[in-house]
Write a protein that binds this ligand. Structure first.
Ligand code: AMP
Length: 284
């Protein structure tokens, strides 16, 4: 696996791949890799794509008081994990190259970037969309791989690629979970053992919601209420977001209706750590 830093080095390597006719996949990450990230690489490889993984802790997507400074950066471990699963190229962009002092451009996906998770974290999706637009322009991949774990992020980026006529196919991979159901996340590393136990509240809430819907419940308010009830058993968990929305528009729905895919979005503080999870569900 080659590691490159500068855009010019990256593009020189990719020019060779293109000359060989390879299909190029980009997996953007912030590092501190886990099985969720690796699953994106593995899916790309199974489809015969040459894989570029980028690791960049993007300052633009962190709000004031968020964890930019302390975000874990175990680079050597990440590098070994990626080499071990056959990643072709690791790109470690340098902050001064992506954001020179005179960098001014921002990408907004209005109506999708400022609701739900975007309302809790103002500017977050603008930071994500801006950096991913830049990564796409540098790599010019055939395929962009994203995780369902960050469902609103995936929707924002899918919309951005369509609206900006990005010549890329966006694919979403399912959420990878621990055996007990907790979604893998780089931020799980912040949890104490007791917080780790109580972090299961997110998955337990989603399971309870899914069970209700499968047994015929159609009221979004009652589904949201049920999740709140489940969370009462977890005193370290503080609600930030419980929302049943249309999976395509992110608009809140009153009722589940046949054929309309729903997204149940959750965010909660577990101790000092903010975690998110979600579940898609289509009523029959
Ligand atoms: P991050 O490093 O958190 O920015 O994530 C990089 C990519 O990995 C994003 O597309 C995420 O949605 C995806 N990802 C993160 N966690 C998971 C997971 N548990 N399962 C699947 N994909 C994930």
């Amino acid at each position: 696996m080659r590691t490159v830093h500068r855009v010019a080095e990256l593009q020189a390597e990719l020019a060779e791949w293109r000359a060989r006719g390879e299909s190029i996949a980009l997996v953007p990450t912030m590092g501190n890799l886990h099985g969720g990230h690796l699953s994106l690489v593995q899916r790309a490889r199974q489809l015969g794509e040459c894989v570029v993984v980028s690791i960049f802790v993007n300052p633009l997507q962190f709000g004031p008081g968020e964890d930019f400074q302390r975000y874990p950066r175990p680079l050597e471990r990440d590098r070994e994990l990626l080499a071990g699963i056959g990643v072709d190229l690791l790109w470690l962009p340098r902050a001064q190259d992506l954001y020179p002092p005179d960098h001014r451009t921002r990408v907004r996906v209005t109506g999708l970037d400022d609701v739900l998770e975007g309302a809790s974290r103002p500017g977050h999706f603008e930071g994500v969309a801006t950096v991913v637009a830049m990564l796409l322009n540098a790599v010019r991949p055939d395929v962009l791989w994203l995780g369902q774990k960050d469902a609103q992020q995936a929707l924002v980026l899918e919309r951005m690629c369509l609206d900006l006529l990005e010549p890329v196919e966006v694919r979403r991979a399912p959420t990878v979970r621990e055996p007990d159901g907790l979604a893998l996340s780089s931020r799980n590393a912040y949890l104490s053992p007791e917080e780790r136990r109580q972090a299961l509240a997110l998955w337990k809430g989603l399971e309870a919601a899914r069970d209700m819907l499968e047994h015929g419940e159609r009221s979004a308010a009652r589904v949201e209420q049920r999740i709140r009830e489940v969370w009462r058993r977890y005193p370290l968990v503080r609600e930030d977001l419980i929302a049943v929305v249309d999976a395509r528009t992110l608009e809140r729905v009153a009722d589940a209706q046949a054929g309309r895919k729903l997204l149940i979005m959750l965010a909660a503080h577990v101790g000092a750590t903010r975690l998110i999870d979600n579940l898609e569900w289509t009523p029959r």
